[in-house]
Design a protein around this ligand. Sequence first.
Ligand code: PDD
Length: 289
Amino acid sequence: MQDDSPPDPETWVFLNGTFMPLREAKVPVLDRGFIFGDGIYEVVPAYAGRPFRWAEHLARLKRSLARIRIANPLSDQAWLELVRALIARHSWRDQFVYLHITRGVAKRDHAFPKDASPTVFAMSSELLPVPAVQREEGVAAVSLDDVRWLQCDIKSISLLGNVLARQAAVDGGAVECIQFRDGVMTEGSSSNIWVVKDETVTGAPLDHRILEGIRVGLIESLCAACGLTFRTSALSRQEVACANELLLSSATKEILPITRLDGHPVGSGRPGPVYARLYQAYQDAIAAA
Ligand code: PDD
C-alpha cells in the first residue's frame, strides 16, 4: 500500500559543534554527565522563532557553569547563534530549546579531570500549549517534604530528587508537587510556586533552596503592570493551604493555576482572577517580545 503521508520532519540536534539528526547523536558512556550527572542545563522557550527572555536564560546558564566550575565553552554570540540555528531547522511555530553542558568524557574518578573538554548538547522540541482543560480547570498538586540537596539554585542535570518528587505527584493523581523544607515552601519538581492572598503574589525566598526561574523576574514585572503586590517570603504549610489561589510557573507551562492541593480545593477550587490577569499579561509580554 502506498503511503502518501509526508515523512516525519527530522529532529535535529547539536552535539559538540555539529548539527545532526537526533537518532545519530551518541555520547560516550564515560561522559561525566552519564556517570556522575556532572553538568548543567537550560530550557528556553521560543515563540514564533524568537527565544523568549534569552538574556536571562544565558545569564543563568553562565551562573550555573561558574558554580560547578566548568569553563563556558561558547561566547554569548555563539550561544545565540546555536539556539537560532536549531530553531530554524524545525518548522514548529513555538519550540523549547534544551541546552546541556557536561564536564566531558574522562576515566571514572570523582575529582575533576585535568584535560576533559565539556560536552555541549542542544535539542529543540515543539512547545505545545498546555491542554485547554488544565487552563480552564487548573491542575492538582500534592505537598511533599523537600529532600533534595542544598544547592537547588544551580540548574544541575542531577535531577534525581526532582524526578522522585514529580513521580510522587503523578502517583498521587497530580500534575505537580509543592515541596516544603523545615516547614517552609520551596518549589515544585520543575516549577516555581506562587501563593496569592488578596492582591499579593508571594514566592519563596530566592536562595539556595530553589531554582530562580526566569519567570520569577517576569512575574515581578507582570505584577507591577497589573497593579498587584509582588513579594518573596518564607511561607508555612498553613499559609499555602489557606491561599486564595496557587499558581505554578515554568518555561513550558508559563503560568498555570493549581486548584486542588492534597485533594482539597484551593480557594474557590477554580482558576482565580489573579491568575487570569497574570496569564493575560504573560501572553501580552510574549506578543511584545
Ligand atoms: N524546569 N524550579 C525548578 C526545579 C525547575 O526545574 C524549573 C524549570 C523552574 C522554573 O524555571 P523557569 O521559569 O526558568 O522555567 C523552577 C524546566 C522547565 C525543566 O526542567 O524542564
